[in-house]
Ligand binder design. Structure first.
Ligand code: ATP
Length: 280
């Protein structure tokens, strides 16, 4: 087999607590992470020509070495016999710099796919260790289960139970730099760390845990995020929260029909990116 096509899903954070700033400049986090079925499609092919080639066809995402998927493939090619190369084609559906982890998911999917194509036999643990050198969210997409993530996001406790839910994902089409958000964050919750359960029976249990320490930073600069939260709740969402460093906001729905109706109404009246998608 020399060509494979793979789906790279996005993620949302039901919860994002920033616990402390570390001496190395990163932050220790505690996140409740969920994969969502809004996916990029990645086609990987073995080529006779050595090296990596990436085409993405998106104005916001570079082809070539600037693409995180390129760097993922290059790291695995260095572990091969070097006799072949990898061609990567990415059909981007996940908004970029959006708080949805799209680049990280592309990188994770390339690591798993190239491992298979080249028959390298790397374990999930080994791929996660390579992945964290590319980006803090990459290991989560290799772990492939809803989880509490700690450290910089690379230490996982899988959730014992989590219900299938529907999301409406709304992005106001302004890119937000994750680095800027963390640099702007003033930590205020020192010493007060609440408990986050690792089992959720119903969507209402999930709504009870929703919180994101980065919201106040991003909303201060982009008040449209508050407007989107209100619009989602008005449209029937049982809860609404900014994902990651934003600016994408997700609304939680129990039923597909209600989620799709809300997503379509918001898209029609706002010009924002607005889609319904289920949890994975
Ligand atoms: P998040 O905002 O959750 O981190 P993201 O992957 O969409 O998710 P960033 O990690 O902020 O966003 O990365 C966006 C930056 O990374 C953009 O400057 C973009 O050009 C660059 N980039 C490189 N490769 C990719 C890729 N495969 N997909 C998306 N962005 C990429």
């Amino acid at each position: 087999m020399t060509t494979i096509q793979l789906k790279a899903p996005c993620k949302v954070n039901y919860r994002l607590d920033v616990l402390r700033r570390r001496p190395d400049g990163y932050h220790d986090l505690r996140m409740l992470m969920q994969r969502v079925d809004l996916c990029d499609t990645i086609t990987l092919s073995l080529t006779a020509e050595p090296g990596v080639n990436v085409t993405c066809g998106s104005e916001e995402v570079p082809d070539g070495p600037g693409n995180i998927a390129w760097r993922a493939a290059e790291l695995l090619l260095q572990r091969s016999d070097g006799l072949c190369g990898i061609d990567i084609s990415i059909d981007k559906q996940i908004p970029v710099a959006a708080g949805l982890g799209g680049g990280s998911s592309d990188a994770a999917t390339v690591l798993m796919g190239v491992n298979e194509l080249l028959g390298l036999g790397l374990t999930e643990q080994e791929l996660m260790a390579i992945g964290v050198t590319l980006g803090a969210d990459v290991p989560f997409f290799i772990f492939k289960k809803s989880a509490i993530a700690e450290g910089i996001g690379e230490l996982f406790t899988p959730l014992d139970a989590v219900p299938l839910v529907w999301f409406v994902l709304v992005n106001p089409r302004v890119p937000v730099s994750t680095a800027w958000v963390y640099q702007s964050l003033q930590l205020t919750n020192q010493g007060t760390i609440s408990i986050v359960p690792n089992s959720y029976g119903t969507i209402h249990d999930l709504c009870g845990v929703l919180a994101n320490d980065l919201e106040k930073v991003t909303i201060a600069r982009y008040p449209v995020i508050r407007e989107i939260k209100e619009r989602l709740l008005h449209g029937g969402a049982l809860g609404a929260l900014m994902s990651g460093s934003g600016p994408t906001v997700f609304g939680l729905f129990e039923h597909e029909a209600a989620a799709k109706a809300c997503a379509e109404a918001i898209a029609a009246e706002s010009g924002w990116f607005s889609v319904a998608a289920r949890s994975l």
